[in-house]
Design a binder for this molecule. Sequence first.
Ligand code: LLP
Length: 417
Amino acid sequence: MDTFIYRDAQLWAEQVALNDVAERFGTPTYVYSRAHIEASYRAYDEAFKGAPHLVCFAVKANSNLGVLNLLSRLGAGFDIVSRGELERVLAAGGDPAKVVFSGVGKSRSDMRRALEVGVHCFNVESTEELERLQQVAAELGVQAPISLRVNPDVDAQTHPYISTGLKENKFGIDIDHAEQVYRRAAELPNLNILGVDCHIGSQLTSLEPFLDALERLLLLIDRLAAAGIKLHHLDLGGGLGVRYRDEQPPTPQEYIQAVQQRLVGRDLALIVEPGRSIVANAGVLLTRVEYLKHTEHKDFAIVDAAMNDLIRPALYQSWMDLVPVQPRTGEARHYDIVGPICETGDFLAKDRALVLAEGDLLAVRSAGAYGFVMSSNYNTRGRAAEVMVDGDQMHLVRRRESLEELYASEACLPQEG
Ligand code: LLP
């Protein structure tokens, strides 16, 4: 399904012309499609066919309150990695009892707050964290629900920066030591063992690494059962890839079905933590061409969005599709699409054949995940606006940052003398 389509020679999000979004809210602006997010979430939810499950949207992929609120209305759970993400989920009306708390660096105050609001489960990433969580739970006089995040040592075959399931990564507990850590957890009075968790990486385009990890987790689950430790759920993390260019990732349905086939006869609820596959293709970044600069060596389109707005191309050399909102006819030139930031790495796309004029609107596709959330104020640039389109309506779900707010919390030195 794609809710961003060309009609009458221009690009629309559902029934809203992107040109109208830019006229009303300016650029750069992230635009999300409600229908697209709903359809992606439902594709997961319905794939389980009524078997016990929880789809916990990975908040890090897109933490806008409008997006979280929409997902919580659909019944989603959430995967969080910080106190900040927890507060966002609560502010958006999310149910804390459907929250799983991942991350290698949970502080005591993170733990306290999560216990107070009653999250579903802590995904514990080290023995040190386990001992700390026991202490904090004991101080509060409660039981902390836990899974161990194990590192199954499988190669996710994705970009090294977003691969997390290899032994050399900082994440999780080595699967070979996991049984020992579970035994320790079982001794601790304020911990309640619920399940096991893993997350091997992001933008996976085949099922094999997921299924390899699953096989290893099932062996662990059986060893634990033999030791008298019964697990109730299996959390496979996120990671299902999306199509940016010509990738053909499995659908959520194919993925869940393949997993379920391997769980037949087991009394285990399944948790997944998808981020990218729910929101990436539900969003675009709208940007306007400021200048066309032609040099002897290259043609540059200098646009008003930059690496501070969308860092994926600069950070991971990600290829993101970039299309004109109102395509022109004429002879295409090969442009590097760059931002106004003073860094050579500030580009959104390279060597794209486009017919452009100053003032044209462009849309960077697949920008709904790891887009706005990774933006910064580098070069004292205010962060972009975010708009949610719903049918023929547009809702501003985050207003553009004003320049004054960028330094409002700073101070000059006291007067001398
Ligand atoms: N669960 C955990 C524990 C994670 O660390 C992540 C992502 C997810 C779930 C969601 O994974 P997804 O379904 O979105 O693949 N900034 C990078 C991606 C970093 C992913 C980090 N962890 C990018 O722009 O490609």
